[in-house]
Design a protein. Structure first.
Length: 119
């Protein structure tokens, strides 16, 4: 690892589990793993810090969305595009940082995540 790269860069930083019924999904994962959930800003998005994840009401999404950590989200977005992938512009999550949804050259969706305090 270089001196300019953090321990979390390139590793799974966050994941989202899609659900048609978020209450049912919370009961399932809470019962299975003991996770506790809290709603995020009045949305149908429920965070569990025990797992570094959330349950989200995105029924069109059919599999988990994995977010990889990055030290510089702007540079990572440019690199995704240069390597032939697709990347949305970054979005801010107040108090948490920035994320961007991307697709690799095979069409796999993933996210990039930079914690608050970075670029």
């Amino acid at each position: 690892m270089s001196e300019t790269t953090s321990e979390t860069a390139g590793r799974v930083a966050w994941f989202e589990l899609p659900a048609k019924d978020t209450k049912r999904a919370q009961a399932f994962y809470g019962g299975l793993f003991g996770w506790q959930f809290q709603p995020y800003e009045g949305q149908d998005y429920h965070i569990t810090f025990e797992a570094g994840s959330a349950i989200t009401n995105t029924p069109e999404q059919k599999c988990p969305m994995i977010h990889f950590g990055t030290d510089n989200i702007d540079a990572a977005i440019v690199l995704v595009r240069e390597l032939g992938g697709e990347a949305d512009d970054k979005q801010q999550v107040p108090g948490f940082g920035h994320y961007a949804y991307c697709s690799d050259t095979e069409g796999n969706r993933f996210g990039l995540y930079q914690p608050a305090g970075g670029a």
